[in-house]
Design a protein around this ligand. Structure first.
Ligand code: IPE
Ligand code: IPE
Ligand code: MG
Length: 243
């Protein structure tokens, strides 16, 4: 991978965000129920997280469940919620030992209290880790996030803590769920769909995108490496003209 001229780190993306799509089709291709695909998908996460330091990726954000995914059958939604509970309980220790700091973004209001407790505990357990920052988007929607942020911002204005004339591009992100996280440099979507499905709408304004055909349960650390390498060769202009 090319080196960043200003540091010893590879010139790869510092923050990678992944829309982990294709679990259902992966299972269907094997004649198995969709949940089988979700379980296989969950198993891929550890390898990908652990590979991040090799490619200079400090922040990894993964889309696990969208605000729109409640539209699925009750069986699939319940199965996913139970998978999240099991996944957190089972993986907490390993993630902590690997130096991973875990955060969750999304609206917790609709989530089961038992799941919320596990999420809180994992955030607390890993809060001093800094090798990799893993953010899990659970009941997350970009529009929902902006709406919730705006509600809190409006409340601060109503309470006299913020003046409308002071609201700018620096103010709003402080109210978003992502708060301290840098914007994603690279957004990857697996499974061949070329859309963002309400993921990180504000934050990905200048992200590079990679839409790949691999179904999420087949995604590997090597593939992440290849995409990070490709990122290093891109010319990010942010609206300016380079001379
Ligand atoms: C992504 O896989 C996981 C979630 C949305 C929870 P899908 O379940 O969307 O898989 P496909 O797109 O139906 O193959
Ligand atoms: C996006 O995938 C959400 C997650 C990966 C969690 P979907 O499968 O829900 O997106 P659409 O419905 O194809 O847009
Ligand atoms: Mg899908």
């Amino acid at each position: 991978m090319p080196k960043d001229p200003h540091s010893d780190l590879p010139a790869g993306p510092r923050h990678v965000a992944i829309i982990m799509d294709g679990n259902g089709r992966w299972a269907q291709a094997r004649g198995r129920p969709r949940l089988f695909g979700h379980h296989a998908g969950a198993k891929r996460v550890r390898e990908v997280v652990e590979a991040c330091p090799d490619y200079g990726v400090k922040y990894l954000t993964i889309f696990a469940f969208s605000t729109e995914n409640w539209k699925r059958t009750q069986v699939e939604v319940a199965g996913l919620m139970s998978l999240f509970r099991r996944y957190i309980s089972k993986e907490a220790r390993a993630l902590d030992e690997e130096g991973v700091r875990v955060r969750f973004i999304g609206d917790r209001v609709r989530l089961d209290p038992k799941l919320i407790k596990l999420m809180d505990n994992l955030e607390e357990l890993t809060k001093t880790n800094e090798k990799v920052h893993l953010t899990i988007a659970l009941n997350y929607g970009g529009r929902d996030e902006v709406a919730r942020a705006t509600k809190r911002l409006a409340q601060d204005v109503a309470d006299g803590k913020l003046r409308p004339e002071d609201v700018d591009e620096e103010t709003l992100p402080k109210y978003l769920d992502t708060q301290v996280l840098p914007d994603p440099d690279l957004v990857i979507r697996t499974s061949g769909e070329a859309r963002i499905s309400n993921f990180l709408l504000w934050q990905s304004a200048y992200s590079e995108y990679e839409f790949i055909d691999t179904l999420w349960p087949d995604f590997t650390a090597e593939e992440l490496g290849r995409l990070c390498q490709g990122f290093g060769n891109r010319d990010r202009r942010f609206g300016a003209v380079k001379i």
